[in-house]
Design a protein around this ligand. Sequence first.
Ligand code: HEC
Length: 376
Amino acid sequence: MLEPLFGVLALFPSADALLKAIPQVKERGFTRLEAYTPYPVHGIDEALDLPKSKLGILVFILASLGAICAFLFEWWTSTVSYPLLTAGKAYNGWQAWVPVMLEGTILVGTFTAALGMLFVFNRLPFFGNPMLRSKAVDEITRDKFALVIRPGDGGLDTSAAIAALRAAGGQAIEVVPAPHYRRAGLAWWAKVTAGIGAACLVAGYGTAWAIRTFPTTKPMVEMENQPRLDAQAPDTFFASGRGMQLPPVGTVPRAFMPVLATNPDQGGKALVDPLPVTARVLERGRQQFDIHCAVCHDKLGTGKPWLDSTYEAQPTDLQSSTIRDASDGYLYWVISKGFASMPAYAADISPNDRWAIIRYVRALERSQDAPARDVK
Ligand code: HEC
């Protein structure tokens, strides 16, 4: 029986010679042509009428999917699962997610391009190509350019093909047979998967065993051994002899608003509540008051501490007429700076929350001493 035919091959000395030969061979009625070159040759796709690769479409779709997944992941972690307030920025600040989206796009895009090219369009894995058995393969991978006429539906007139190639300037013409290659089946895949799995297990358990058996040999110690100063460590570089330095004089944290008034009365005149009176502000004030103030001043502000008798200070009754008549700025100063045995809360409560607390204290006062027009 005749061996099945892969095609008739001819070699050309240059890419130009190959490009010139293609239309001549086509003119003689051979349309199923393939070219093999040592490097990509411009214009060969057009010459062979190869359709445009669909890889770009695949990459575009999957890369877009990568961007969308990165966006959804960032959106979910930042706004749903773990909303963390960073410098007062909105949780759903998509601008901060762009780097991750970019990385997601590139990651999925490059993997799709490489793996899609190999496994989807080149249909790997198959082992062996008839061309590898041709005599010309050495030269093709070095400095020669090959054109192969493949059999069409009606087979191939070998002598006509040889003549056509010779007429077009082809050299070292040979007939390449097509031995039967099978594509990888399920058994092959099972073997490969099992092999990779076994290799992973051996590597993983081997590493774990090695680390336990030789605990002093650490795999990577660069971070640990780098030249650096530990916190609180002494250092001779600065005159103070300390490694840690204080911030320059006058440094303030971002958005820090110092209370400049030196006593509560001065504060009472200078400080003005910037917040609107809304249900949200009052609700926030109630929450913050219950957290920070109620333990000493009681939920109603009556000044009966929940602490036992070992707490000897006597918190002020916030319902008293003195506090009721004091201005909002006065209270703000007391919360920010502390007052006699009352501690300062500037470090724990943000300025707006301090004002919200004062709004709520005013509401508490009114709740215990409502004017007649409130109870109509
Ligand atoms: C650790 C207990 C404690 C906490 C918590 C506390 N205070 Fe006080 N507060 C006191 C004591 C004690 C005084 C009385 C100080 C004095 O006159 O010696 C006082 C006094 C005051 C005064 C009156 C100051 C004056 O002019 O007499 C105001 C107003 C006040 N506190 C508001 C608050 C607010 C608002 C909060 C919550 C942010 C708060 N306090 C949290 C213990 C506390």
